[in-house]
Design a protein around this ligand. Structure first.
Ligand code: GRF
Length: 203
């Protein structure tokens, strides 16, 4: 069975959704490692409470090389095949990413390529778009720009604040991250150029 490693920095609600769906066998894999680069991440506590192998690997005050050296060692020790970035706030080096081709997924709270980077929900509100959403994509050497696996659209209402909008996007994030993971783990896709073409589920 595929070993998943989840990388987080904070709240960990996407991690939680993935973990629940792994436990319910909706995602055909096991979580062999959860890593946070922040010691106070709520997700780290959650992972420990779930009895998962959870580790804090500090990034602050260290070079990217030092951090990634420890991260790689932990991933190797736990034989991680697929890495899920879930609110992980560090950019991974090209060197790191090249070691896991089509094996690192990320979730971003906008319809990429619109509003990459931080505060994507705020960016969308301030720009005045009528629709935004979320994107699960493969991570390559570019930031927030790897091939798109799935997206979900969320309508922006006139009364929306960053909080209300983020909450509705988050619900979609939890749904499509699981769906995207299933597609990748079941190898139900092929990549043509930048396009990720998905085949239907086998029954
Ligand atoms: C999510 O909005 C995700 O799209 C973004 O960071 C947030 C993480 O939330 N990359 P959580 O830690 O999964 O609750």
């Amino acid at each position: 069975m595929t070993n998943i490693g989840v990388l987080i920095s904070g709240r960990g609600s996407n991690f939680e959704a993935i973990a629940r769906n792994v436990a319910a066998s909706v995602i055909p894999a096991r979580i062999s490692l959860v890593v946070s680069n922040r010691p106070d991440a709520r997700g780290l506590d959650l992972a420990r409470k779930m009895g998962l192998n959870a580790r804090y690997i500090p990034s602050q005050g260290r070079t990217r090389e030092e951090f990634e050296h420890d991260l790689l060692a932990a991933l190797a020790e736990k034989q991680v095949d697929v890495i899920c970035l879930a609110g992980f706030m560090r950019v991974l080096s090209a060197d790191f990413v090249r070691r896991f081709p089509q094996r690192i997924l990320n979730i971003h709270p906008s319809l990429l390529p619109a509003f990459p980077g931080i505060d994507a929900q705020k960016q969308a509100l301030e720009y005045g778009v009528k629709f935004t959403g979320c994107t699960v994509h493969f991570v390559d050497e570019t930031v927030d720009a790897g091939p798109v696996i799935l997206q979900a659209v969320v309508t922006i209402e006139d009364g929306d604040t960053v909080e209300t909008l983020s909450e509705r996007i988050l619900r979609e994030e939890h749904r499509i991250y699981t769906q995207a993971l299933r597609i990748v783990l079941e190898e139900r896709y092929r990549i043509e150029g930048r396009r990720v073409l998905i085949s239907p589920e086998k029954n």
